[in-house]
Design a protein around this ligand. Structure first.
Ligand code: FE2
Ligand code: FE2
Length: 301
């Protein structure tokens, strides 16, 4: 309730800067062909796809992540409630997210970029599993999580677009990424207000969320293998996670300078600093391993 005026202000801000766009304009419909099954068209085959394998992997992970929207909706609808600006935001955000899965699926199906049967089976499994995280019932934790997660998703979509080598797909994913960026700004601004109202609690939320941060698609079958491939391709890796997601958001909240922390808030801030150091070591190690792997590959080819 204390954040409600901030929600209203940022909802209005969001509505004034969000630009309407139309997913159907980014799908090359005339390339489409009827599939096998009741309509007797052609079955999908590997040779239909014009996209590099890594682009297909990333697109499927991104799409399955978007597909799980009902779970995310349930989570924030329960937490934010149906009333006032909070409720309006839940509806608006859900409507914007809804076009991401629709648009990407239309593109992949029309261009025969991925196996539609495997995709549908993966969707069924993933959505049946649903999504939850460790802090489902805590508002500040949720606001902290989505601040990082929306930015992570923005980067992942944008870099996936780049590796497709298809300007149409890249343009589509740039539109999706622009949506994710505005979502990040909304949530980040809310948590910034929480830092003013209750700095210790906000810092605790940030520390807890960073400590066990996982991408929302972590429950996808084969996610570990897929996320390594995505990291090796530079679409989303630990360096980007640290330097392009975590650090910029923390800087916006000015976490290392702000005052007014209670004892637990101070402990939480130290945990955030230690986490950044750990991420730095992990990111450097990953970059070294990736460079060594590339050198080995160059030597053998
Ligand atoms: Fe999305
Ligand atoms: Fe989003």
């Amino acid at each position: 309730m204390e954040l409600e005026p901030v929600v209203e202000k940022n909802l209005n801000r969001h509505l004034s800067v969000a630009k309407e766009w139309f997913p159907h304009e980014y799908v090359p419909w005339s390339e489409g062909r009827t599939f096998d099954g009741p309509l007797g068209g052609d079955a999908w085959s590997e040779s239909d796809s014009k996209l590099p394998e890594i682009a297909r992997t990333a697109l499927v992970v991104n799409l399955l992540t978007e597909d799980n929207l009902p779970s995310y909706h349930r989570q924030i609808a329960t937490l934010f409630g149906p009333d006032g600006a909070w409720g309006t935001w839940v509806g608006r955000w859900t409507a914007e997210e809804g076009r991401h899965g629709t648009a990407i699926r239309d593109y992949l199906t029309v261009t025969r970029a991925v196996d539609p049967v495997a995709l549908e089976r993966a969707r069924m499994t993933h959505m049946t599993e649903g999504y939850s995280n460790n802090h489902d019932d805590e508002i500040l934790h949720t606001l902290a999580y989505v601040s990082f997660q929306e930015l992570a998703t923005r980067i992942s979509h944008r870099n996936t677009g780049k590796v497709t080598g298809d300007p149409t797909c890249e343009a589509l994913l740039a539109k999706v990424a622009a949506d994710e960026n505005l979502h990040m700004v909304f949530y980040r601004n809310l948590l910034a207000a929480a830092f003013e109202l209750a700095p210790g609690q906000a810092m605790r939320a940030v520390a807890d969320v960073l400590a066990d941060f996982q991408m929302p698609g972590a429950g996808i079958e084969g996610f570990a293998r897929k996320s390594v491939a995505i990291a090796l391709a530079g679409i989303y890796d630990l360096r980007q996670h640290r330097d392009e997601v975590v650090v910029p958001v923390l800087r916006q909240w000015d976490v290392f300078n702000l005052g007014g922390l209670d004892a637990d808030g101070e402990i939480a801030r130290e945990q955030v600093a230690a986490h950044l150091d750990t991420l730095e070591r992990q990111a450097s190690r990953f970059e070294e391993r990736r460079a060594a792997r590339a050198a080995r590959r160059a030597a053998t080819s």
